[in-house]
Design a protein around this ligand. Structure first.
Ligand code: ATP
Ligand code: MG
Length: 392
């Protein structure tokens, strides 16, 4: 195999105690996204090399740019550590495009190589000057040539492609993402994945008030963020009966508050069943009535589980930016009704009181309705994105 891709781990190298686990999970993830290609991985404690065929290079780079835990990706050339081989490869690289200026930067990790880095820069630079029309520019060169002299050989490259950073997905265990068909919750899920939290998703549907398309839209969104995980499942909760009881028993302005308290209760049960350590959702402070701080306090009161809200402090426009980057936006704006938007009260309360919530909830047997919801969950595991396109 002719090409070598160097993976720099970035952030995870700072976590010494966990390093082996990080590298093991990252390797598994990389092997998974590259399963269609022929490749070989060699790794050590600070970096990883993937050798592959030239023809596959671009497709492989595209896949690697979806793997959390990669700080940067470098396509490099490995040559024997001797001056002639290095000169020859450097000359080839500076001639690849129409560059006018260059700079050589040598790093001598293998100190048994006698020439100091600065001196080697001068020697190789001199060779390029003699054999091309290029000039040296030490400030803003058209091309930077990096030469890394290591024990196993010399690595030469000109370009470092940024990875998406973060931690390998799964290193933190799992969280339960409350996934609606909106813009915020898929972004929240993506940001949690980025911190190494793998996901299971929970979606509340209320047929016939919510449609089959609404559900498929949510599954499609899950399949888009699943490109960063491959393990995501969607648990679909039949919420209709509980929701209808809420409408029957609770004053109009408290309906959303109580509905969300029920969602949290169910989320806690499902988290315990599936070993999710935290609940994650797309709430953003002040966005709607149920997301004022007062509402959040009263709603959150039903659970002791930590609730992570990755977009809590973002503006809608910032959230939309991320949704566009990760490719969920177009799906999120499809106009199918969610259970939160059907029968929406005109004046939902923005400063709800806990004792009122408790009073209204005691008007009906919500505990058994919650159990009914949990035991009738349908779980979707095959999140192949293309399966859902036709259904929307
Ligand atoms: P999003 O916030 O994703 O854009 P939204 O604005 O329709 O969707 P909100 O009413 O703001 O949703 O609800 C806040 C959060 O509650 C959502 O981000 C999501 O995490 C959760 N949520 C709302 N509706 C549902 C649902 N039907 N199923 C699962 N989770 C939901
Ligand atoms: Mg929202």
């Amino acid at each position: 195999m002719d090409r070598l891709i160097l993976i720099k781990y970035g952030e995870l190298t700072t976590k010494k105690a966990n390093r082996n686990a990080f590298i093991a999970i990252l390797t598994t993830r990389i092997a998974h996204v590259l399963h269609d290609f022929e490749f070989k991985i060699v790794k050590d404690r600070v970096r990883m090399y993937i050798s592959c065929y030239d023809k596959d290079l671009n497709s492989i780079l595209k896949q690697l740019q979806k793997v959390f835990g990669i700080h940067s990706i470098v396509v490099c050339h490995k040559v024997d550590t001797n001056k002639e081989s290095i000169e020859q490869k450097v000359l080839e690289l500076v001639n690849e495009k129409n560059y006018r200026t260059f700079k050589i930067q040598t790093k001598r990790a293998d100190k048994t190589f006698e020439v100091p880095s600065m001196e080697f820069n001068r020697q190789i630079g001199g060779y390029v000057l003699k054999n091309t029309n290029l000039k040296v520019d030490v400030h803003i060169p058209d091309v930077m040539v990096y030469i890394e002299i290591r024990r196993e050989g010399t690595f030469i490259y000109t370009e470092e492609i940024p990875g998406i950073g973060g931690y390998p997905v799964g290193i933190q265990g799992k969280g339960l993402l409350m996934l609606s068909g909106g813009i915020d919750s898929p972004v929240a899920g993506y940001l949690a994945l980025k911190r190494g939290v793998d996901l299971e998703c929970l979606y509340f549907e209320s047929p016939p008030h919510t449609s089959f398309e609404a559900k498929n839209k949510v599954i499609k969104l899950a399949s888009i963020i699943n490109e960063y995980s491959s393990n995501i499942k969607v648990h679909v909760v039949p919420f209709t009966r509980l929701q209808e009881e809420i409408y029957k028993n609770v004053p109009n302005n408290y309906i959303i508050t109580i509905m969300r308290r029920m969602m949290y209760r169910i989320a806690e049960e499902v988290s315990k069943l599936h070993k999710c350590k935290v609940i994650i959702n797309g709430e953003s402070i002040g966005q709607v009535a149920s997301q004022t701080l007062d509402s959040m306090v009263v709603i959150n009161n039903v659970t002791n589980m930590p609730v992570i809200r990755p977009v809590a402090c973002m503006d809608k426009l910032e959230i939309i930016d991320i949704a566009n980057q990760i490719g969920t936006y177009e799906t999120s704006i499809l106009p199918f009704e969610d259970c939160c938007t059907i029968f929406l009260p005109k004046h939902p309360i923005i400063h709800p009181e806990l004792n009122r919530c408790i009073e209204y909830e005691n008007r009906f047997d919500y505990a058994s309705l919650i159990q009914e919801c949990v035991s009738n969950i349908e779980t979707v595991t095959d999140l192949n994105e293309s399966n859902f396109d036709d259904l929307l």
